[in-house]
Design a protein around this ligand. Structure first.
Ligand code: SF4
Length: 282
């Protein structure tokens, strides 16, 4: 039995060939990661440290301490191999973006005492009764709001894209996570889904009904069945290829003859590039 993750599913939807390289052939890419992924990781790590300090050490870090932690982490984990696609921006520009995100977040949310239960909480979602289909994930931060009694699933986004509320109301990832929270704490519990769009210093809130979650489980099982029955993995060329860790071996970008079955048409409808980037950086 394969335990799926949201990123595994979205990689298949974005480009079946990339899915094959990553999850079937398990090719270790030459490109370590993108600078956007580095920024996202370090900001996530910093906010995890902040909330854990409050929860475990009963101490709210100062803004100076937060920026110091972020700076050290950035340096420790930075390498010259990290891919910068947008050549007009430098490492320093990305570093400064993170500083700005953290200053804004600190101003809005300190002293960070909101009932946080756990950061980076690992969850396992049973998608069907027999347990044949399971999905694993990590919640950036889980909160039990003692004022409202609700559980809150918090997710940080560092990309510049800001989706519409309609789009967020259809988002799959956090909705799947809310299934796990209801399994843990009770089906009658209210679960609120909160996305922090740090580049916009704003948050978007959504929730799902139990009926919507039941349908989501069915749809996700269907997608997994489709993946498991797939034998052809065509390339799906798009703007996202610029961030693909397999671009250097992909037939779409190499001179060798590309087998016909490895092609799909580039989508005719306009691609919302920023929205797609969000998927690849998750
Ligand atoms: S470069 Fe593009 S088409 Fe090729 S595997 Fe990556 S995402 Fe797919």
């Amino acid at each position: 039995m394969t335990i799926y993750s949201h990123s595994r599913l979205s990689t298949f939807e974005q480009c079946p060939l990339r899915f094959k390289y990553k999850y079937i052939d398990k090719i270790i890419p030459e490109i370590e990661k993108s600078i956007e992924a580095h920024l996202g990781n370090i900001v996530h790590d910093t906010l995890e440290w902040v909330y854990n300090s409050v929860k475990n050490e009963k101490k709210t870090p100062t803004l100076d301490e937060i920026i110091t932690y972020y700076s050290i982490k950035w340096q420790d984990e930075f390498s010259e191999e990290i891919l910068i696609v947008k050549k007009q921006l430098s490492e320093k520009d990305y570093f400064n973006k993170g500083v700005e995100f953290l200053i804004n977040y600190y101003t809005k949310h300190q002293p960070f005492q909101d009932g946080t239960i756990e950061c980076e909480k690992k969850i396992l979602i049973k998608l069907n009764e027999t347990g044949e289909y399971k999905l694993q994930g990590f919640i950036d931060r889980l909160v039990h709001n003692l004022k409202t009694g609700e559980y809150e699933v918090h997710d940080y986004k560092t990309a510049s894209y800001l989706p519409t509320k309609e789009k967020i109301d259809k988002d799959r990832q956090l909705a799947l996570y809310s299934i796990a929270i209801k399994e843990l704490f009770g089906q009658d519990k209210e679960v609120i889904l909160i996305w922090h769009y740090l580049a916009h210093n704003t948050k978007i809130i959504s929730k799902r009904t139990n009926e919507q979650l039941t349908q989501l489980k069915k749809d996700t099982v269907e997608l997994i069945k489709k993946i498991e029955l797939t034998t052809e993995f065509p390339a799906n060329k798009s703007i996202l290829c610029n961030w693909c860790e397999y671009k250097n071996i992909c037939p779409m970008f190499n001179k060798q003859e590309i087998p016909k079955e490895n092609f799909t048409e580039i989508k005719k409808e306009p691609i919302n590039t920023k929205e797609k980037k969000l998927d690849i950086w998750d």
